[in-house]
Design a protein around this ligand. Structure first.
Ligand SMILES: Nc1ncnc2c1ncn2[C@@H]1O[C@H](COP(=O)(O)OP(=O)(O)O)[C@@H](O)[C@H]1O
Ligand SMILES: [Mg+2]
Length: 251
């Protein structure tokens, strides 16, 4: 049977256990990957990963090479069921102007890791801050503990768009706890941002919160290497149709 192109789904996987039994090993692997990718939080438009990738600028083949080298540091390749025990020491920072391709490249890597059996969580930073704020509400869907667990359990956490909002002291404290926990558990964090270093501290510090913004950014810098220079181009403006109906594109 052909592996096919399973649609991304967030439905419980158990519903399809019968059809899973009828699939080839590759089919099962593709099906499970699609399910795990769907659950990971990777934005839907980027879920197809490197299948979407185009060499739009001279920097891109270099960035792609750096991405492949980093992915190669993870211990296990398929068979998918093997658990990955070897992780790189440091994560990746994707720094560059809006629209230069940070989130797409990060998502390509996230998907590639899932295909290797690595547990991955994708979290937009603004959404994380509002999840934390919502958790103060007693009737909220999830508690602070649930969020901490969700942010610290996966082997690799991708934090997208850091620095778009100045969080409150309370939110910054939670972010610091997440980073500290991941650091002490030797887990990987990757992040995307328009800024790094002092400029990012400036974006993150709310009123009188330098004492938290500083150590957060210094902790993040200590945990991540910059993947490389992104082109100084906004591909969203330049090539608004760069990604059109990815599933059809692949036939
Ligand atoms: N390597 C690439 N191949 C195809 N399209 C790309 C590539 N890099 C960027 N793009 C296009 O640029 C747009 C912006 O990319 P994105 O990763 O969202 O930017 P950023 O996160 O830096 O703001 C994407 O929607 C995509 O259409
Ligand atoms: Mg982005």
């Amino acid at each position: 049977m052909k592996a096919g192109n399973p649609k991304m789904t967030t439905e419980p996987i158990a519903a399809d256990v019968v059809s899973l039994n009828l699939m080839t090993i590759e089919g099962q692997r593709a099906f499970i990957t699609a399910h795990v990718v769907g659950e990971s939080g990777i934005p839907r438009r980027y879920q197809e990963g490197f299948a979407l990738w185009k060499n739009l600028a001279p920097e891109f083949p270099v960035l792609r090479g750096a991405a492949m080298a980093w992915i190669g540091q993870f211990g296990s390749a398929p068979p998918w069921t093997e658990s990955v025990t070897k992780l790189p020491e440091r994560g990746l920072a994707f720094i560059g102007q809006t629209g230069c391709g940070k989130s797409l490249l990060a998502a390509c890597i996230a998907r590639a890791l899932i295909e290797r059996g690595v547990s991955v969580k994708w979290q937009n930073a603004l959404e994380l801050f509002s999840r934390i704020r919502r958790s103060w509400n007693k009737e909220g869907e999830e508690s602070e503990g649930d969020i901490l667990e969700d942010m610290t359990r996966p082997q690799v956490l991708f934090l997208d768009d850091l620095g778009k909002e100045k969080p409150t002291r309370w939110v910054l404290e939670r972010l610091y706890t997440i980073l500290e926990r991941r650091f002490s558990d030797q887990k990987i964090i990757c992040f995307t941002s328009n800024d790094s270093g002092a400029a990012l501290v400036e974006k993150m510090r709310g009123d009188g919160c330098e004492d938290l913004a500083e150590p957060i950014i210094s902790r993040l810098s200590g945990m991540c290497d910059t993947i490389g220079e992104f082109p100084k181009t906004d591909f969203r403006r330049k090539q608004p149709m760069a990604i059109v109906e990815p599933t059809k594109e692949r036939g």
